[in-house]
Design a binder for this molecule. Structure first.
Ligand SMILES: [Zn+2]
Ligand SMILES: [Zn+2]
Length: 116
């Protein structure tokens, strides 16, 4: 059984969100990128997965003000535009890790458990 990714620490700064994972992996997300990926019902249509959020409405300088762990499986961020309804599961965060290793892995294994 593949163990679920678990963050060991989450660091917020003015432009990015950094997650250190318990397996030693490090993910650095652009805060704006992560905000645009918000999976909440206001930003993504629940049944179709269609994006409802217009990227033009998300300011460039957006950043994460605060985060809150949700149970053992997810994290909720409070963004500087006062949006906070998105619940980002650890699996989701790991899946969208923008680092080179993960990007290459996604390209190499396009079918790997990623079917939404
Ligand atoms: Zn949202
Ligand atoms: Zn990665």
């Amino acid at each position: 059984m593949v163990s679920k990714p678990e963050p060991s620490s989450i660091t917020l700064d003015a432009t990015s969100v950094t997650i250190m994972w318990k397996d030693g992996h490090r993910s650095v997300y652009s805060a704006r990128q992560l905000r645009l990926l918000c999976p909440c019902a206001q930003c993504v249509e629940e049944w179709t997965g269609r994006a409802l959020l217009n990227p033009m409405t998300v300011q460039d300088g957006i950043y994460a003000v605060e985060y809150m762990p949700i149970g053992q499986y997810a994290v909720q961020f409070l963004w500087s535009d006062a949006h906070y309804t998105g619940i980002y599961t650890h699996q989701f965060l790991r899946d969208v890790c923008p680092c080179e290793v993960c990007s290459l892995e996604r390209e190499g294994n396009p079918t790997k458990e990623g079917k939404a």
